[in-house]
Design a protein around this ligand. Structure first.
Ligand SMILES: [Zn+2]
Ligand SMILES: [Zn+2]
Length: 368
């Protein structure tokens, strides 16, 4: 491709034009505009942002997935879209890999499909595009994610990320308000919330399996501080390294909510807003990725598959299409202070090497 931007130029553009989940339209336009100058076959989704690009033909079919969305968060006192999960880097790395693979198309046996997926952060995008059939004929699927400095140092890589299960819950306390002078006439929703948090902190499951449950939002009361609020909405974030422990955690939380509700005679509702199962990592795909890391970055930079308490909707591809062999490349880049931190930074020089590893993994997979 003539005059294509460098990986850093792509990153700078994407980093400076963040868009939140389901609103990645300019991001999609930008990627499409770059791909127009290549021989890749591009197809857009008709009802959401994101796109598919394909090179080569026939079987096998190897797919590479990049996520597009930024987060909405407070940065220097102002709420805005912000790429603090590194999806801007993922897109740049995958685009660079696409450009490199396009050059090698002539010697390639099989198809490489690039999935630019919207709405990872809301854990909805993968499910949506799976339903569109984007991996129906795919044999191997590779994804990637930048890793925090606590997991990998710059230039180190892992051929798989063993993400845990993640579940977001939404809760509702439905009671009536009372006058501040008459606390016996209702049940204070804030006190009920405090009770739920208290019980949450006394859940004890197998300590050998990492898990956590915490309230991440609680809204109750209004501007009149002489009203005892009877209603509230709240949210919880649950993590568990295995799907079994997630099920156990969930049943304990349901029991807590039910007992607080019946103790006070106040209706309390709880529903699952999103749910990501723990990763199902293919040993075969991991081996191929591991070999690619070894070839590109050297044996010293090959790390074992790492467990992570984070989640990624990447794992829905394998849950929904169990025949798919999938692995996620973990990219060490001295990422600090952490993913989702508004001031997250990482070593951008690692991106080029990550692209080469993806290219190598794809080529080796096509060769069988
Ligand atoms: Zn994220
Ligand atoms: Zn992410």
């Amino acid at each position: 491709m003539e005059n294509r931007p460098t990986i850093k130029e792509m990153f700078d553009h994407l980093h400076n034009h963040p868009e939140v989940s389901w609103q990645e339209t300019k991001t999609t336009e930008y990627i499409a505009s770059l791909l127009e100058k290549t021989s890749a076959r591009v197809s857009r989704f008709d009802d959401c942002p994101g796109l598919i690009a394909e090179i080569g033909s026939g079987k096998p079919c190897v797919a590479v997935r990049a996520d597009l969305d930024a987060l909405w968060q407070e940065v220097d006192g102002e709420y805005k879209a912000n790429h603090s999960c590194g999806h801007d880097a993922h897109m740049s790395i995958v685009l660079e890999a696409l450009f490199m693979l396009e050059q090698k198309q002539g010697d390639m046996n099989g198809t490489v499909r690039f999935i630019f997926q919207p709405a990872e952060e809301t854990i909805e995008g993968a499910l949506k595009v799976v339903e569109k059939g984007v991996v129906d004929d795919v044999d191997y699927l590779y994804g990637l994610h930048l890793r925090p400095i606590q997991e990998l140092r710059s230039g180190q890589f892992t051929p798989g990320i063993q993400h845990g299960a993640v579940r977001f819950l939404e809760g509702k306390i439905t009671g009536e308000d009372a006058h501040g002078a008459r606390p016996h006439l209702n049940k204070n929703a804030i006190e009920l919330g405090a009770e739920i948090i208290h019980h949450l902190n006394s859940i004890h499951l197998d300590p050998m399996v990492p898990y956590s449950a915490k309230v991440t939002s609680f809204h109750s009361g209004g501007s009149n501080t002489n009203i005892i609020p009877g209603s509230a909405t709240f949210a919880m974030d649950l993590r568990a390294q295995t799907n079994d422990v997630m099920a156990e955690l969930m049943s304990k939380i349901e029991a807590i909510v039910d007992s607080v509700s019946s103790l006070h005679g106040t209706p309390l509702g709880l529903k699952v807003k999103s749910n990501v199962p723990a990763a199902i990592v293919s040993e075969d795909a991991v081996r191929k990725m591991e070999q690619a890391i070894r070839t590109v970055a050297g044996e010293d930079n090959v790390n074992p598959v790492i467990p992570s308490t984070g989640g990624d909707d990447f794992h829905y591809y394998t849950i929904k299409r169990p025949g798919l062999k999938a692995a996620m490349l973990g990219v060490g880049c001295d990422l600090k202070p952490g993913l989702h931190h508004p001031k997250m930074t990482f070593d951008q020089d690692v991106m080029a090497e990550a692209s080469q590893i993806l290219v190598k993994a794809v080529l080796e997979t096509l060769e069988g």
